[in-house]
Design a protein around this ligand. Structure first.
Ligand SMILES: Cc1cc2nc3c(=O)[nH]c(=O)nc-3n(C[C@H](O)[C@H](O)[C@H](O)COP(=O)(O)O)c2cc1C
Length: 165
């Protein structure tokens, strides 16, 4: 299996989860930001695992990211906006038939879903969902991840690999 984990991450939580999922997938799976996951990196992959934070109850929009860039808020850690949004990465992705799974990082009680948008975009391009989406929880607005979430992410990656067969 040739798998990549693609992530959007402004404060590092989703990037950390993506790394743990790739570790769990094993077999040389790589975690790549939306800027590293270019056409060459995606060519020939059998499994795409795509993840993003839940911001404002949805997959981050360009408008939200622009707002965060100009006004990150009092005491906010500096966001990394150097990589494209997951939305624009999905727009640029060529059609394909590989399997996929989606995940988000979020506060546990929040309404909304980022994976819902990721899955809809991938399905519209012909990709086929391997497993239900997963959520990984942070304990504050900017993180950190709740204790045990990286272990759970690694286990989820391993479960995806088994399911892929
Ligand atoms: C401006 C802002 C809006 C957020 N909106 C939500 C939200 O609607 N629901 C939620 O569960 N978490 C929300 N969060 C928490 C983020 O989803 C969480 O910190 C996430 O792990 C950030 O991922 P990243 O570190 O990979 O960028 C928000 C955080 C920020 C800073």
């Amino acid at each position: 299996m040739n798998a990549v984990v693609v992530y959007e991450s402004l404060w590092g939580n989703t990037a950390a989860v993506a790394g743990a999922i790739a570790e769990g997938l094993g077999d040389g799976a790589r975690a790549l930001s939306t800027s590293a996951a270019d056409a060459a990196a995606i060519q020939g992959v059998d499994l795409i695992v795509a993840g993003a934070p839940l911001l404002g109850f949805t997959l981050p929009t360009e408008q939200m990211r622009a707002g965060i860039a100009t006004n990150p808020g009092m005491g906010a850690p500096k966001p990394d906006l150097s990589a494209p949004s997951m939305r624009s990465w999905l727009d640029e992705l060529p059609a394909g038939s590989a399997r996929f799974a989606a995940f988000e990082t979020r506060i546990w009680w929040s309404p909304g879903s980022a994976p819902k948008h990721i899955a809809a975009a991938l399905e519209a391009k012909g990709y086929r969902q391997l497993a239900p989406s997963e959520k990984f929880v942070v304990t504050g607005k900017f993180g950190p991840l709740k204790a045990g979430e990286l272990e759970r992410a690694k286990a989820w990656g391993a479960a995806l690999a088994r399911q892929f067969g």
